[in-house]
Design a protein around this ligand. Structure first.
Ligand code: MN
Length: 354
């Protein structure tokens, strides 16, 4: 853990902690251009069209400005960080990331993104750290790229923008990638995506497919699949970070433990097997939560009760959720200064080995 502090947002020297925001989005313009090509192709996934069609095709100034901000690693981003008192961002390729690209384009996009992120970190080491992207469908190249990103470029984890064309990370084809993350000792950041295929229809029909609820439904499922598939038993060194305070899963843990045990006993599903721990216990041993999009004291305090106060850390979700007042509200959380130092800084420094 680094203790030398050489810079941050204005006023950092006199504050009791640095504010590290841990789920902050970036995309090279070239990758956004690939998303536009998919939109143009006419046969894109409905969730992709709903989400990226809004951000990349809307005439409304708000989504346009989000896409302008997301492609910047320079002055405009640093200005926004200064204005909101964010000392450091942990950057990662925005959803849906490489997930929606064909295999070759995904490999290219991951390398390009990782190179750009490494350049930005080198230019502003006090202000940025970054997670690696990989193209998940070619696991051999993904393992090689993750190794390059961590060992050569100094990136601090792996971004997983949830499902890969409807397949989840517990699919055996992806196992070597998780094995590599565990053996490199870097965390996997599980980030929301839109629901796959026709599963999104009831959400979209009601206008609830995006960040309002669909993301949590999809990503909560993904987190549970990681737990119930036994991945943490097979890879005890695997560490997963989840945003949005765990995508609703912590609130359901009592019921999940109870019903999981029943389903194990029933033998009803081949995929439901005995685990070394109760499902809820993995949240206290292998999972860390961030507050992205959830700057809400009752939920933060509850999450700290369920997973432990040493496992809940700050994230803003820039530029999608860029609300400066939220930082003041988080500064005012009813915890001791030492606990807030952990919340804003210490946990992130340990999890991502900053
Ligand atoms: Mn996000």
């Amino acid at each position: 853990m680094s203790t030398e502090r050489t810079g941050g947002a204005p006023g950092w020297e006199s504050r009791p902690y640095l504010r590290i925001a841990t789920e902050e989005a970036y995309a090279p313009q070239e990758v956004l251009d690939e998303f536009v090509k998919i939109l143009d192709s006419g046969d894109a996934d409905a969730g992709f069209v709903s989400l990226m069609g809004y951000f990349l095709r809307s005439d409304h100034p708000q989504p346009r400005s989000v896409m302008t901000k997301i492609a910047s690693l320079g002055e405009s981003r640093l200005r926004d960080m200064d204005a909101t008192g964010i000392d450091k961002q942990i950057l990662a390729l925005t959803a849906p990331g490489t997930q929606v690209l064909d295999v070759d384009t995904a490999r290219w996009a991951a390398q390009l993104t990782n190179d750009r992120l490494a350049e930005a970190v080198a230019a502003h080491p006090d202000r940025y750290a970054a997670l690696a992207a990989v193209g998940y469908e070619d696991s051999a190249s993904a393992v090689a790229e993750l190794d390059r990103a961590v060992n050569k470029l100094g990136l601090k984890g792996l971004i997983l923008n949830s499902h890969i064309k409807g397949r989840y990370i517990d699919h055996p084809g992806f196992f070597p990638i998780l094995e590599a993350a565990a053996s490199l000792d870097v965390p996997v950041y599980l980030h929301p995506q839109t629901l796959p295929g026709a599963a999104i229809d009831p959400w979209r029909e009601a206008g609830l497919d995006g960040a309002v609820w669909g993301f949590a439904a999809e990503t909560g499922l993904h987190l549970l699949r990681i737990i119930t598939s036994g991945l943490f038993d097979r890879l005890p060194n695997l560490r997963v970070v989840v945003g949005h305070l765990g995508e609703g899963v912590p609130y359901f843990m009592h019921r999940i433990d109870h019903m999981h045990a029943k389903q194990v006993a029933s033998g009803r599903y081949a995929a439901i097997k005995p685990l070394q721990q109760r499902p809820s216990e993995y949240l206290k041993t292998h999972v860390w939560l961030t507050t992205s999009g959830m700057p809400w004291e009752p939920a933060i305090s509850f999450a700290r009760q369920v997973v432990g106060r040493d496992r809940v850390m700050y994230a803003m979700d820039y530029p999608y959720q860029f609300v400066g007042e939220e930082v003041d509200e988080m500064d005012a959380l009813p915890y001791s200064v030492e606990e807030k130092r952990e919340f804003f800084q210490g946990i992130a420094e340990r999890v991502f080995r900053l």
